[in-house]
Design a protein around this ligand. Structure first.
Ligand SMILES: *Cc1c(COP(=O)(O)O)cnc(C)c1O
Length: 434
């Protein structure tokens, strides 16, 4: 198969995500042939370091022997069975394991992150309805939040380029000031700013709690907003406020779960327990689509009834797919056997040191949380993100800046030489593009 041929057939037959297809008249697609560790290889044999973990899903690199073996083994016994009326070992094992890790339970499955958001929102509303409070039917989220692209998820998302077009279709929700510390006043600490934002949250919730079902939040890092990071104290205050006014707290850990922020889950860093947690992306190590929502016994109990309609009658055809659950079990087994969280701490320290070579460039807000690094480039150049992206690809590095924010979210298996390559190549690209 030839490169050009595959490229043209793709443009004719495939509608690519998050893309103005006309841009591909000037910006070619890259047909990929294989992946190995942090590297992707195209049909001409050129290698690219996957600095964004293939849109934040790949935790342990491509072509991982243990995850592959688990999927193959499951494939020989049971590829799929519907989960209404039936069950199977991988889904039970995974649900037990996730409950043990999160302190929540009753895992409800879907296949992508946006569906997990939908499920959490519906469950929260339905809980209040089952409890005789149907007027608690509105949602809160943060400014610049991202919770997915389906209509319900987009309703609580606050990214104009994704949302504005569809505004007439969306359920209204309110957005609270974001504690993203880039927005702090000069001289204000991240904690002080977070507390100031939390006060605004409290003022709003105090006034509107009678109609509020839930506050949905991306713990510690608003990734799609350009890796906006904030102090954990905001989550502590949000938990207190939600408790005081009887509003659910939904932790959308779709991007930050599974070690990305330096702990297994970001909410652990605030020592809080959410009412719902949404997980996806890294859950299968980037192998198969899977998402889940976990919740409390209390929420679960409100649905447990003789009346059918009080149950959560939501479903997706592939709910709890055994192959995806096996991939997730293999992924979690790697965390257990390889001390991933501990190993990552050393990588974080190493990378923070290496990042200093960027400090004299025209950048600001050089920041880090666990295995995420980001900085904002000071430029008026409108096409910066696209110019940098293309320059980096030419140099064998896959990064995808969000507006002026360049970020690194590599697979955890990245080694010291590969970190060097990533940082040095970034420096060179910035010099060429700016
Ligand atoms: C990616 C993402 C989603 C949506 O997940 P999809 O699988 O793309 O639908 C939701 N929330 C957050 C925080 C995300 O990063």
């Amino acid at each position: 198969m030839n490169n050009q041929d595959l490229l043209n057939r793709s443009l004719a037959a495939v509608w690519h995500p998050c893309t103005q297809m006309k841009h591909h008249e000037t910006m070619p697609l890259i047909p990929m042939q294989r992946g190995d560790g942090v590297w992707l290889t195209d049909f001409e044999g050129k290698r690219y370091l996957d600095g964004v973990s293939s849109w934040w899903v790949n935790l342990f690199g491509h072509n991982h022997p243990r995850i592959k073996a688990a999927i193959k083994q499951q494939l020989d016994t049971l590829e799929h069975v519907m989960l209404a009326g039936f069950t199977h070992a991988p889904v039970v094992d995974l649900s037990e394991k996730l409950a043990q890790l999160t302190g929540l339970g009753h895992a409800f499955y879907a296949s992508d992150g946006a569906s997990a958001t939908e499920i959490a929102l519906k469950m929260s509303f339905h809980y209040w309805r089952n409890m005789g409070q149907p007027s608690k039917n509105k949602f809160l989220s943060l400014q610049n939040s991202y919770h997915g692209e389906t209509l319900g998820a987009l309703g609580v998302t606050d990214v104009a380029i994704f949302k504005d077009t569809y505004a007439p279709l969306l359920t209204q929700s309110a957005q609270m000031p974001s504690p993203d510390f880039r927005l702090a006043e000069v001289g204000e600490s991240a904690d002080a700013f977070a507390l100031r934002c939390a006060q605004r949250l409290e003022d709003y919730v105090a006034e509107h709690h009678a109609e509020l079902a839930a506050f949905i939040i991306e713990p510690l890092v608003q990734c799609a907003a350009g890796m906006g990071m904030y102090a954990a104290v905001y989550l502590q205050r949000a938990r207190e406020i939600c408790d005081r006014y009887q509003v659910h707290l939904i932790a959308d850990e779709i991007a930050v779960g599974f070690g990305r922020t330096g702990r297994m889950f970001a909410f652990e860093q605030a020592n809080i327990q959410p009412d719902f947690i949404c997980l996806s992306k890294g859950i299968t190590g980037g192998y198969l689509p899977l998402s889940t929502v976990l919740t409390t016994d209390r929420v679960y109990a409100a649905f447990y009834d003789d009346v059918t309609a009080k149950g959560f009658l939501h479903s997706h055809s592939y709910t709890g797919n055994p192959l995806a659950c096996s991939a997730a079990l293999a992924t979690l087994a790697i965390f257990d056997s390889d001390d991933v969280i501990g190993q990552n701490q050393a990588k974080t320290a190493l990378m923070n040191h290496k990042m200093q070579v960027l400090a004299d460039l025209p950048i600001q807000h050089l920041r880090n949380q666990g295995m995420i690094w980001a900085f904002d480039v000071k430029t008026e150049q409108r096409g910066f993100a696209s110019a940098f992206y293309q320059q980096a690809l030419q140099q064998g590095l896959l990064l995808r800046p969000i507006a002026n924010t360049v970020y690194f979210m590599p697979p955890y298996v990245i080694n010291a030489a590969e970190l060097d390559f990533m940082v040095e190549t970034t420096r060179r690209c910035l010099e060429l593009v700016l």
